[in-house]
Design a protein around this ligand. Structure first.
Ligand code: HEC
Ligand code: HEC
Length: 379
């Protein structure tokens, strides 16, 4: 198998360099990335930065759960806000590897058939261009951390145990101007999210490509299925040098995720069509499309999809195997016999899913085993 040779030895060299940079200790320098990152980390984990003092970014993006929410399942698929009983409509995605998502913009690949005109952006519909812009939203979202306004957040940070560290990074008058301080809070959080701690590329998959481990036969078959017969890598792209695959092409598709009746927000989620930054003429053709998510740490981030409708990787694979193909072949039959399999948005369904994959039981096991190699912290 030639897969080893696709990735040159530089992968290993680069990751060694990255490890080395963590040891730099120059806290005197204002823009020292190390203290910027450590302030960002403290902000990320600070529950005081919510209206009830009970919720941090990490509550919904917990490192122990692949930087997603550990307290959700397909039956309870969305995170509760700082105020009890408040819920958003989307299943919290991982915040890890989000640093690799390009800024929102027009697609850089040729747009064919059901593909989208757009790519990239933070949030499942790409409505914020980068991590810094993204980080400003949860603090003020009433369904999330529910602070009054930016001044409220800045005031809380100015009284935090790490306020002096914040001043060390951003200057002694760091809290005097609300807008600047709020921007800097977001910059620090983004720096933490960009650190190797959040996106370590330390899975078995990475170890295999660094020549430090080898796949089992089933994992290896799973990877080949993922790339060929099952077509997963068409979107969950595996070619992302120099440091390792990200399992996303950052493009938008409607993969026909069915409604999740247990999602408290019963409304149809139009995905990219809800992004206010798209051209109004594109709204119809972008309905139901979501940005291809990374599959790193996927074993730890259940439930799956924007509405959290699938609890297990097996359910996801069964969906891809033929649900959309069956629906497109005979929508009336599906509506009569298995209405729970009707796509939430029935237009713009991805052309990749128009024919059944024909996966066997063993194929499904192999695919699961392969996806289980994408969890960070291998050995
Ligand atoms: C109550 C749960 C909750 C809290 C608290 C929360 N998030 Fe999120 N986060 C979500 C949800 C849900 C989404 C997806 C929302 C959407 O697409 O509309 C999301 C999306 C994101 C994304 C985009 C990932 C992607 O793939 O597009 C990042 C990055 C992120 N959050 C970071 C943060 C940061 C930083 C904080 C703290 C300032 C935070 N989150 C607080 C639930 C939460
Ligand atoms: C046409 C592009 C495309 C193909 C092909 C594709 N995916 Fe996806 N995948 C997506 C998109 C887009 C989503 C998000 C959909 C949503 O939230 O409704 C997704 C979501 C997922 C998720 C859930 C991720 C999460 O964090 O919730 C998993 C797991 C997954 N895909 C695995 C696979 C596997 C396994 C295959 C091959 C059998 C595959 N995908 C094929 C585009 C694709």
């Amino acid at each position: 198998m030639s897969f080893h040779r696709i990735y040159p030895v530089t992968l290993l060299t680069l990751s060694l360099f990255a490890c080395g940079s963590e040891n730099i200790n120059s806290s005197e320098i204002n823009n020292d990335p190390v203290s910027l990152v450590s302030v960002g980390k403290k902000l990320f984990f600070d529950e005081n930065l919510s209206s009830e003092g009970n919720q941090s970014c990490a509550s919904c993006h917990d490192p122990a759960a692949g930087f997603a929410d550990p307290d959700v399942s397909a039956r309870q698929p969305v995170s509760e806000g700082s105020v009890a009983g408040r819920f958003g409509k989307r299943n919290a995605p991982t915040a890890a590897y989000a640093k690799f998502i390009p800024e929102f913009g027009l697609s850089s690949v040729p747009v064919v058939e059901t593909a989208s005109r757009y790519q990239g952006g933070q949030f499942l519909d790409g409505r914020r261009s980068n991590l810094t812009e993204q980080a400003k939203d949860p603090f003020l979202n009433p369904n999330e951390m529910n602070n009054l306004d930016a001044a409220d957040v800045v005031s809380k940070v100015s009284q935090a145990s790490y306020a002096n560290e914040f001043k060390k990074v951003f200057g002694s008058d760091a809290f005097s101007q609300t807008e600047t301080a709020y921007q800097n809070i977001a910059i620090a959080i983004a720096a933490f999210e960009e650190s190797d701690e959040v996106s370590p590329l330390s899975s078995k998959f990475d170890a295999v490509f660094a020549g430090l481990a080898s796949f089992t036969e089933s994992e290896h078959r799973g990877m080949m299925l993922f790339r060929n017969k099952a077509k997963c890598a068409n979107c969950h792209s595996m070619n992302m040098p120099p440091r390792g695959s990200l399992f996303s092409d950052f493009q938008y598709f409607n993969i026909g995720t069915p409604v999740n009746p247990d999602n408290p927000t019963a409304e149809i989620d139009l995905g990219l069509a809800e992004n206010p930054n798209i051209d109004p003429v594109d709204v119809e053709s972008e309905k139901g499309k979501f940005r291809t998510p990374t599959l790193r740490n996927i074993a730890n981030t259940a439930p799956y999809m924007h509405n959290g409708g699938f609890n297990t990787l097996r359910e996801v694979i069964i969906h891809y195997d033929r649900t959309v193909a069956d629906y497109l072949e005979d929508p009336d039959f599906v509506a009569a016999i298995t209405p729970e399999k009707i796509p939430e948005v029935t237009q713009n369904l991805a052309k990749e899913l128009k024919t059944p994959l024909g996966l066997s039981e063993q194929d499904m096991i192999d695919l699961e085993n392969f996806m289980n190699t994408l969890s960070d912290g291998y050995r």
